[in-house]
Design a protein around this ligand. Structure first.
Ligand code: SF4
Length: 251
């Protein structure tokens, strides 16, 4: 079972493509998502990239309590904001607790959509260099780290994505790729994407499963995949299969 944990605490990232600002975005109610009952084998929790999930009081304790109902619990965190020392400690403690109790692990993803336009497109997020430092820090703390290249933007070159993969390859091996959901009413679409064609895609990780416009350049995605594999990295199109692969390696 996969569950998205939403937060009412707004994210300060300011990404121009952020779906959390759209009128069609209806997150799962944060409190109800933590009232799951058990007898399930596996639970993957996603503190959602729609707010500051780990600033919520007692989140770690609530995850620990919830895990009593499951054989395996995996927590998959992805962030574009530099976490505070308090958040990093919280993640390390939760990861160590999950491992010690043979429950699972916490996985942290460095999330990035481009390198050359970070200031313009993701204005209040981590600097590129800080993302590299954070990947190293997480690795040194023993927390599994992956790279989320998402959304892959069609106007960013294959060479730029290759340089990101090269920079992160010393710290991690698992790469998640994904295209771009767009809201045509937002200026990000008219300013950057008007010339690219969209397809409708069902968003099955949201409770109402809305159909959103989606842009993906298959040739660019294939080239990124080939470049990653050339560097010895493994590419996934779903975080669930990525987590399952790390879980196999953990055994
Ligand atoms: S970091 Fe995530 S939630 Fe925050 S603005 Fe960017 S895309 Fe939105």
């Amino acid at each position: 079972m996969r569950v998205l944990l939403s937060s009412d605490i707004p994210c300060k990232g300011g990404c121009k493509y952020c779906f959390a600002k759209w009128s069609s975005y209806e997150p799962l109610d944060g409190s109800s998502s933590m009232q799951l009952s058990g007898d399930k084998e596996e639970l993957i929790l996603y503190p959602c990239c729609d707010g500051d999930c780990f600033y919520q009081a007692n989140l770690t304790e609530r995850i620990m309590q919830l895990s009593a109902n499951y054989q395996k619990v995996y927590v998959s965190i992805s962030s574009k904001l530099y976490p505070s020392d308090g958040q990093i400690n919280q993640w390390r403690n939760l990861h160590q607790w999950l491992v010690l109790n043979k429950k699972g692990f916490l996985k942290f993803a460095i999330s990035i959509s481009n390198r050359s336009m970070l200031n313009e497109i993701e204005p209040q997020t981590m600097l590129y260099e800080d993302r590299l430092k954070l990947a190293l820090k997480m690795k040194e703390m023993g927390i599994p780290v992956s790279l989320t290249l998402k959304p892959v933007l069609p106007f960013i070159s294959e060479g730029e994505y290759r340089s990101i993969l090269e920079d992160f390859s010393p710290f991690l091996r698992h790469v998640l790729l994904g295209g771009l959901y767009v809201d045509k009413a937002m200026s990000f679409y008219s300013d950057y994407l008007g010339s690219y064609s969209c397809a409708k895609r069902k968003v099955n990780w949201l409770p109402q499963e809305p159909e959103w416009d989606y842009i993906e350049d298959p040739e660019l995605m294939n080239q990124i995949k080939r470049n990653a594999e050339h560097l010895g990295m493994q590419v996934f199109m779903s975080d669930k299969t990525l987590i399952e692969e790390i879980a196999r390696e953990y055994k």
